[in-house]
Design a binder for this molecule. Structure first.
Ligand SMILES: Cc1cc2nc3c(=O)[nH]c(=O)nc-3n(C[C@H](O)[C@H](O)[C@H](O)COP(=O)(O)O)c2cc1C
Length: 171
């Protein structure tokens, strides 16, 4: 049994210091990368089959529509066998108060019994929102550990926060 990181993160236009700028690596991906290197475990990115627009306003609108419809968002299969994994570091941006529907779809497609989930998210003020509660409802039988929420603009400086958060996993 092993541990893996599974996350979703968007590239394209995002707000940085109050201004829209193009980014080639998303904030949640930055956290996933840091967790991966601190723990020496693999990180897998969930990629929607139809990528979100690089245009911020279009992506925000699409995400809102998906949330309101509780839509399924199909994603590329991950090259891992989750039955061989017992611990998942699950990363996502807070979108409209919870995890994006592509993450919800992934959670819905798998069995979480007896798995341990360490959630992490990036956000612009609402931290986890309702996502921890939503995870608990979605991932029946899983143990949801205390998560780590980092403001997106602080992702690059989150090494110490991550290190402290991982202490409970490492002990
Ligand atoms: C569609 C969309 C919806 C968002 N909704 C929220 C929100 O409800 N609360 C919040 O604090 N931040 C919200 N944000 C900001 C993101 O959570 C933040 O920029 C995050 O760091 C993006 O992560 P990423 O770069 O990994 O995609 C939203 C961003 C997008 C694109």
């Amino acid at each position: 049994m092993s541990a893996v990181i599974i996350y979703f993160s968007r590239t394209g236009e995002n707000y940085i210091n109050g201004r829209k700028q193009m980014v080639t690596i998303g904030n949640t991906a930055i956290l996933a990368e840091k967790i991966s290197s601190q723990l020496a475990i693999s990180a897998y990115q969930l990629s929607p089959r139809i990528p979100y627009s690089d245009n911020y306003d279009e992506a925000v609108q699409a995400a809102e529509n998906e949330k309101n419809a509780a839509a399924r968002v199909d994603y590329e299969e991950l090259p891992i066998d989750l039955s061989q994994v017992d611990t998942i570091f699950l990363g996502f941006p807070n979108w409209w108060g919870t995890y994006p529907r592509v993450v919800a779809t992934f959670l819905d497609d798998h069995n979480w019994e007896n798995k341990t989930i360490y959630p992490f998210c990036t956000h612009e003020g609402s931290a986890f929102g309702s996502s921890i509660q939503d995870l608990q409802e979605e991932c029946v039988g899983a143990e949801i550990k205390t998560g780590l929420a980092v403001r997106g603009s602080k992702a690059a400086q989150s090494d110490t926060a991550i290190k402290n958060w991982l202490l409970s996993y490492l002990k």
